[in-house]
Design a binder for this molecule. Structure first.
Ligand code: PLP
Length: 491
């Protein structure tokens, strides 16, 4: 991360005609920034020469401003290393403390005590992100997407710029339904699909609709924490189910169902997150049968369906759902990019109506210009072509990463070649501490994640997860070199 000092630009509105001398204007500007929290204790101020040049004033004017601020206690100076924001915000802030505090904490009760809210990961500069299933945005047909978007605004402005289509733009509903029917074996019409702002919103709407406090929701023992957070927020009692290379253990689900009422099972059967294992046909059948028997919902998260390299993608549980027990979630986050917030829920029409009603309350409608753009790109085959191209590239990267791992890490790691997905679930040798490796790797500027971070129980797992899709061959080679260096340090 760049230090705030380097990026901090003074935008002081100096007024040479004002009666207040320039040095005081500068001093007030800086103390104001400290008060607002824009400059924090310990931040280093630019040198007087640099700031003078930037503000186009005489250097002595800045020297006088700094001296004033040091005298007032806002700044501290050491001869060796320069001028810093002081630790204690002094004097006048006594009077201003109330408004400052108000800026940080609402004057009302902000939520439930003890509630644990998730935070977003910061993106660090210069760190190779090798942790997960991220798409390579450099492969996107951006010119085509841009052209389509412009066309939509030119030709369909009246249709997409007003209020309407809470369920999603009808053309996108049709295009998604056609894709799902053609490519994923579903048999749906527009009434069975709702467009959301990505899977995350879909999960929220589904949990809001299905879960009442105390309901049991089963999740895979290793899985997708952002989904767990949503179920917990609606009061679900989460229970974990073991998984292996055949996917979630349906015998265990049967045992639980024998004594407890299950409300829903959240699962990633295609490329299980994070292990990428594929749920076996027998377990698929068992899960559908159990759901029909015990009347629980299967929330199927099929987040990277297209990225299957060996043979055809496995059709979703939703394609075999004769009993209306599956709620199917998809996203364009992997197929295109997470920044295009387009996801969808496929469910029986009556449920879609309720989900749409909730959607209206939180978001009114989606981003219609984007939705119609995406509809056009689905209709004209752009997205299918992109999927084919990205699939080829990712398959080659998977093989390249495996070859590099073999060369550089040998028996330190063990994995099966994943037939699909965007990452390799990699076992580590018994004498390696996966957590320590991850920490050492970050110090070498490569971000990976340890098995523990996917575990609901938070316990150690001797695994790391290595993403390959978003990095080209040179970057993967660099990542593996950094991993090898990190391993040397901890082994
Ligand atoms: C299991 C799983 N589901 C869904 C998503 C995509 O979420 P969204 O569509 O909200 O970006 C991801 C992305 O990392 C994922 O790993």
């Amino acid at each position: 991360m760049t230090s705030p000092v380097k990026t901090w630009e003074f935008t002081l509105p100096l007024d040479p005609a004002a009666t207040e001398p320039l040095f005081l204007q500068i001093a007030r500007g800086i103390s104001g920034d400290i008060e607002r929290g824009r400059l924090t204790a310990g931040s280093r101020l630019p040198g007087t020469r640099r700031l003078a040049a930037q503000l186009e004033v005489h250097r002595n004017t800045v020297v006088a401003a700094y001296a004033e601020l040091i005298a007032e206690g806002w700044l501290a100076a050491t001869r060796a290393s320069g001028t810093f924001v002081a630790d204690v915000t002094p004097m006048r802030s006594q009077a201003r403390r109330v408004p400052r505090a108000r800026a940080r904490t609402p004057g009302f009760d902000p939520g439930r005590p003890g509630e644990h809210l998730p935070t977003a990961d910061p993106l660090a500069d210069g760190v190779l992100q090798m942790g997960g299933g991220i798409a390579d945005l450099r492969l996107l047909p951006l010119a085509t997407i841009g052209r389509r978007y412009r066309q939509v605004l030119q030709r369909n402005a009246a249709d997409v710029l007003g209020y309407g289509h809470a369920q999603g733009h009808p053309r996108l509903l049709s295009a998604l339904a056609a894709m799902l029917n053609d490519r994923r074996g579903l048999a749906i019409d527009n009434t069975q699909i709702l467009v959301t702002q990505g899977t995350q919103m879909a999960l929220d709407l589904v949990a809001n609709t299905l879960v009442t406090p105390g309901d049991i929701v089963l999740v895979e023992a290793l899985g997708y924490a952002p989904a767990w957070a949503v179920f917990r927020r609606y009061g679900a009692q989460i229970m974990t189910v073991a998984l292996d290379d055949q996917g979630i253990d349906t015998d265990e689900i049967a045992r639980i169902a024998a004594t407890r009422r299950i409300r829903a099972v959240y699962t990633t059967p295609h490329h299980q997150y994070p292990t990428t294992s594929i749920m076996s046909p027998a377990r698929r059948l068992a899960l559908l049968t159990l759901a029909a028997e015990h009347r629980f919902a299967i929330i199927e998260d099929d987040y990277d369906h297209e990225f299957h390299y060996d043979g055809q993608p496995v059709l979703p549980l939703a394609s075999r759902d004769t009993q209306a027990v599956v709620v199917y979630l998809g996203t364009l986050a992997k197929l295109l990019a997470p920044g295009f917030r387009i996801g969808y829920i496929v469910a029986p029409s009556a449920l879609i109506d309720r989900l749409t009603a909730y959607r209206l309350m939180v978001d009114r409608q989606g981003d219609l210009p984007l939705q119609l753009t995406i509809a056009g790109l689905l209709e004209d085959g752009t997205i299918a072509r992109h999927a084919r191209r990205a699939r080829k590239v990712y398959a080659a990267r998977r093989d390249w990463l495996i070859a590099s791992l073999q060369r550089a890490l040998g028996s330190a790691v063990a994995y099966a070649r994943p037939p699909g997905g965007m990452a390799i679930w990699t076992g580590v040798a018994t004498d390696i501490d996966a957590d320590a490796w991850v920490t050492a790797a970050l110090a070498q500027n490569v971000a990976i994640r340890a098995g523990r971070s996917y575990a609901y129980d938070g316990h150690y797992r001797p695994y790391i997860r290595l993403g390959f899709a978003s990095l080209d061959e040179q970057e993967l080679a660099l990542g593996v070199r950094r991993l090898a260096r990190a391993l040397k340090q901890i082994r």
